[in-house]
Ligand binder design. Sequence first.
Ligand SMILES: *Cc1c(COP(=O)(O)O)cnc(C)c1O
Length: 376
Amino acid sequence: MQIPFNKPFLAGKELDYIKDAVHSGKISGDGAFTRKCQQYFEHRYGFLKTLLTTSCTDALEMAAILSNIKPGDEVISPSYTFVSTVNAFVLRGARIHFIDSHPDQPNMNENLIEEAITKRTKAILPVHYAGVSCNMDPIMKIASKHQLMVIEDAAQAIDSFYKGKPLGSIGHFAAFSFHETKNIISGEGGMIAINRKPFIKRAEIIREKGTNRSAFFRGEVNKYGWVDIGSSFLPSDIIAAFLFAQIEHLDQIQQKRKLLWTQYHQAMLLLEKEGKIRLPVIPGYATNNAHMFYFVCRNLKERSALLKHLKSKGILAVFHYLSLHKSAFYKKIHAKRKLDHADRFTNCLIRLPLFYDMTNQEQDKVIGEVISFYKK
Ligand SMILES: *Cc1c(COP(=O)(O)O)cnc(C)c1O
């Protein structure tokens, strides 16, 4: 039995809706399915305005433009994150001030933000790792005190909450991903949530190549033209058709993922008690959307041995981010500050297979092999 790390899945009517989109005669952006998806997210989660994008990376690039990031500006980001979180801001000329994770979980340590702020700081980038919320109240408080933008990287955070508030609804902007590795998918795909009214019009323009095409189609202006910078950030309605079919089964998908997550967690409790691994920490203010099941090994050598053991049994477990302050691209620019926790998660964190179609038999095999590794 080979067990992949992830397997894209059909939740329901994906192929029917793609057919519908094609037969409708309009498969470019902002068609009927795009509108249905956006309305759904706005109603369900209270995002002020959402726009589907071609990826979360593109949603982040839109957020960087909307935040008016200029060369020399600084943004504060966790080092333990995906390159897209910060690349979007580097593209606008920003300098990234990387800060460390919490000792017990990979999210940015909000206590380190204020000392990282300088006259040039423009934005804070909380990344909700594994769909578990950053501590947003202090982050929003610091941002408002220093007049900074907050852009939530909510790529992994659909249907997750902070003190009852949906993630992605708190910062000025939030970026979601529907990449095939996330909870709900469209192959590639993403969405920007815009939670402050003054930014909505400009967001539509930036997404439509810098034109006021959206306003034109609503009849608000009688011709459309080039009014700002922008790019082509809107996905085909074929992508939205796929996504809408997934959305219809969101609760069912979440239920299954949470069941798998809980089964992993239960099965690994003893290993944690024996001091062999550290299980994920979910703070009281956060929910768990079961985006990912990870745990933290004692050291790099042990993690490598575990990955190798699982691979020899046909199980594809994987490590995750390589802290960005040590990346080939940024290590020369990063000041010499040490970010020990980010480095430890780089070296010791392991993710186990978790996907909608995973069978109990498959999961039992993964659990059995992890436990047998630690018995040796
Ligand atoms: C997946 C992911 C992204 C990128 O998403 P795309 O849709 O592939 O661009 C960005 N940030 C985080 C934290 C992610 O997990």
